[in-house]
Design a protein around this ligand. Structure first.
Ligand code: C2E
Ligand code: MG
Ligand code: MG
Length: 706
């Protein structure tokens, strides 16, 4: 590598001599830059490009600066570049002073021609590079030693302290400056923890034997202020490059602190950081242990898998900070519902698992689940806000439901999903058919994806009847899946799956277009139906393009809007009642009829119900079935409410003549049910339209004379 030398002298003869000797250097030429003034030199050094200067030769007598001030200015600008002065033969004192200030050496005038000049320059360049590397190495060592938690103390050959890192300063209570040159046994006073007898510092053994040593166990370090800590350490000799012993280094740490750290790390690995509850890994261990015990004692245990209902909604609307606090509060309530021998753990997100480990029967588990639901029902106050949350719980038991840790968790999880499906805020025991159903759902989902393209869906129609005249007023479209191998499948088996995998939106669009088109066809054939009713699922109803897809179905089919009735179940409307009002208003603006389906099952808020622009209330089948048991109290109440809200009331699921009689008697306008007709194919429905329904109404009409 060519070294770049900056020569600063006003003496052109000196410059020429140096140029010549450096050019002819036997180990390769130097590259010389020559300037005649200090100001020019400083200017050159300020330039970082094109090439860095490796060394400087400077005459201290320059036109714009004289003497040591010249050197000082230069050195201040370039402390990292080795500098040699060019001095007069009689300027020894000035040369010595310059070296004290940082110069690497000096060349005497009159000797510039010597072949030793290039060698001297190479030496100072190399030396400077080594010095720099050493400096960096030392800085790294000091930073490292001060960053570690172990204490490090160095001594000389006689055991006198010559180094302490920060941790050693803290542990001994001695500052490096105070400890310097103090005997190691003054800085580190060691005693035995049992006998309190002084313990010889292993540094002395190291210096004596020139070998590594460990500190005797049970050693206590007494700090400068008299406080104590149990320590563990090792000491080792230090040698120079020739292998001669030069001193020793001792490394030690506080055992209590180290234990605390180890324990903390073990705790962190097994606990959830938000709630401090055992995490999945610790839970697995505990379940496995509990299974082992239960097996030996021939006893039972139970696992509760709990998932908060609609927690995502709280997290999304109020922020993660509130969500986190709620989870912490839930964790506390869960813990208050179980015994200390039970385990409450967090699986992540809003999922918790409770292990009831000691001889818990299924009844105990049900009791605990009830206690948990009750405890969660009380209002939470987080950041001055009142929050309400419910949970769905699945329960599996050992040995009845599963024999392994994984199966117990899996089955409790499956049962939890069932609890969600049962309307949330409840608990369910695992049943083996749940597993079968979970598998079936997967199979159904796989087939559903192609069913639409294969044209496997059809609509059946069920007539709605005017309960006084017995005439068909309208039709409800009910989807069926005509599977090539499995036959006709009812919606209960595939609609929830289509909802879960998002296919429901496309399916719903198809149903709307199909039903509207069919209604228009009947109209064209001269059959006057008040409306065609289409069922709308939760996801469709909330989908941003739902209103547009209704508009589209009407446009495609040419069906007048008032001939379309949308049936939305009560629980869907109430889930986010505020938003429902807006969507319903948009639909109402299209001119379609709106019906609330399965009325009576969805915990309606009556104040919202009056805000919804509804045309029809469909009383849920369960109340019709119960008429004879309850004397029809609820049915009566709904009919009265519909009347005062100016809404038509339809009774679903009429199967028996007595039910019909009751409804007629209490002025229920319309009805639907197997008593009149099952849902039927398009052709059979057209037949019903043509021929009318031979229903008991005619008999009733005759009997009552209406
Ligand atoms: P839903 O809207 O309440 O429909 C009434 C259900 O009760 C229908 O079952 C019907 O066949 C049945 N039903 C009618 N009369 C009687 C009776 O007298 N006794 C008894 N026991 N049942 C009767 P289906 O067709 O199996 O439909 C079940 C549910 O699936 C529907 O309840 C509706 O919520 C949903 N669904 C049906 N078709 C569609 C659709 O195209 N889209 C959406 N999103 N959901 C649909
Ligand atoms: Mg319906
Ligand atoms: Mg219904």
């Amino acid at each position: 590598m060519v070294n770049h030398i900056l020569v600063i002298t006003a003496n052109s003869d000196d410059a020429a001599t140096l140029d010549k000797v450096l050019d002819r250097a036997h180990d390769g030429p130097f590259c010389i830059e020559w300037v005649t003034r200090l100001s020019l030199a400083l200017e050159r050094l300020r330039l970082k490009e094109p090439v860095a200067i490796d060394a400087i030769l400077i005459d201290l007598a320059l036109p714009d600066s004289q003497g040591l001030a010249t050197f000082s200015q230069l050195f201040a600008l370039a402390p990292g570049i080795p500098i040699m002065t060019l001095s007069e033969l009689d300027a020894d004192q000035q040369t010595a002073e310059a070296i004290r200030l940082g110069a690497q050496g000096s060349l005497s005038k009159g000797h510039f021609g010597s072949a030793l000049v290039p060698q001297a320059l190479r030496n100072i360049i190399r030396r400077k590079a080594v010095e720099e590397a050493l400096f960096v190495e030392k800085a790294r060592l000091i930073i490292t030693l001060n960053s570690i938690s172990d204490a490090v103390i160095g001594t000389d050959l006689h055991g006198n302290v010559d180094y302490l890192n920060s941790a050693a300063e803290q542990m001994t209570g001695w500052l490096q400056a105070d400890a310097q040159n103090q005997p190691i046994d003054s800085v580190m006073r060691l005693v035995n923890d049992q006998t309190r007898a002084p313990v010889t510092n292993p540094i002395f053994k190291v210096l004596q034997d020139d070998a590594c040593k460990l500190l005797a166990t049970g050693t206590i370090l007494i700090r400068r202020d008299g406080s104590e800590s149990a320590i563990e350490d090792s000491a080792a000799p230090i040698h120079d490059s020739a292998g001669h012993l030069k001193g020793a280094v001792m490394v030690f740490h506080d055992i209590a602190a180290a234990h605390a750290i180890t324990e903390k790390m073990a705790h962190q690995a097994q606990h959830d950081s938000l709630t401090n509850l055992p995490n999945r890994s610790l839970l697995n261990d505990r379940i496995t242990q509990a299974i082992g015990l239960a097996e030996r004692h021939n006893s039972e245990l139970a696992l509760l898998f709990l998932d908060l209902d609609n927690f995502k909604h709280i997290n999304d609307s109020l922020g993660h900070c509130i969500g986190d606090q709620l989870l912490q509060a839930v964790a506390l309530r869960l813990c208050s519902c179980v015994r200390s021998s039970d385990t409450v753990s967090r699986m992540g997100g809003d999922e918790f698992v409770v292990l009831l480990s000691q001889n818990h029967s299924a009844e105990d588990a049900a009791h605990t689940a009830e206690k948990i639901l009750e405890s969660l029902a009380a209002t939470f106050v987080i950041a001055q806000q009142q929050l309400f949350i419910t949970a769905s719980i699945g329960i599996s038991t050992y040995p009845n439901d599963a024999q392994t840790t994984q199966d117990l968790i899996k089955n409790a999880d499956t049962a939890m999903y069932q609890a969600k499906e049962e309307g949330r805020n409840n608990y369910q025991f695992f049943r083996s058919e749940m597993n079968r159903r979970a598998v079936e759902r997967q199979v159904i989902e796989a087939h559903l994806r192609t069913a639409m393209d294969n044209g496997e869906f059809i609509l059946h129609y069920q007539p709605k009847i005017d309960l006084h005249s017995g005439k068909i007023t309208s039709a409800e479209a009910l989807i069926r899946w005509q599977h090539p191998a499995w036959g006709l499948i009812l919606p209960a088996r595939f609609i929830p799956v289509a909802e879960a995998c998002g296919l429901i939106v496309a399916l719903g669009r198809w149903v709307l277009v199909q039903a509207c088109t069919q209604a228009k066809r009947w109209e064209n054939c001269g059959y006057q139906l008040d409306s065609i009713a289409v069922n709308i699922s939760a996801q469709e109803f909330r989908h941003k393009s739902f209103v547009a897809s209704v508009t589209n179905a009407l446009a495609v089919s040419g069906l007048p809007p008032h001939n379309l009735q949308l049936e939305i179940s009560e629980s869907v409307l109430m889930r986010d009642a505020e938003a429902s009002v807006t969507i319903l208003q948009q639909l109402k603006a299209l001119g379609v009829q709106l019906a609330v389906d399965d009325f009576g099952t969805g915990y309606s808020s009556l104040s919202y119900l009056s805000q919804f622009p509804l045309d029809v209330l469909k009383i849920d089948q369960s109340f019709i079935k119960d008429i004879h048991r309850t004397n029809g109290i609820i049915v009566n109440a709904v009919i009265a409410m519909g009347n005062s809200l100016k809404q038509r009331v339809i009774a679903e699921g009429i199967e028996e003549a007595v039910q019909l009689e009751f409804l007629r008697h209490h002025h229920c306008g319309e009805g639907q049910g197997f008593l009149f007709s099952h849902p039927v194919s398009v052709e059979r429905f057209a037949n019903l339209l043509r021929c009318g329904i031979s229903s008991p109404i005619n008999t009733l009409c005759q009997a009552t004379g209406t």
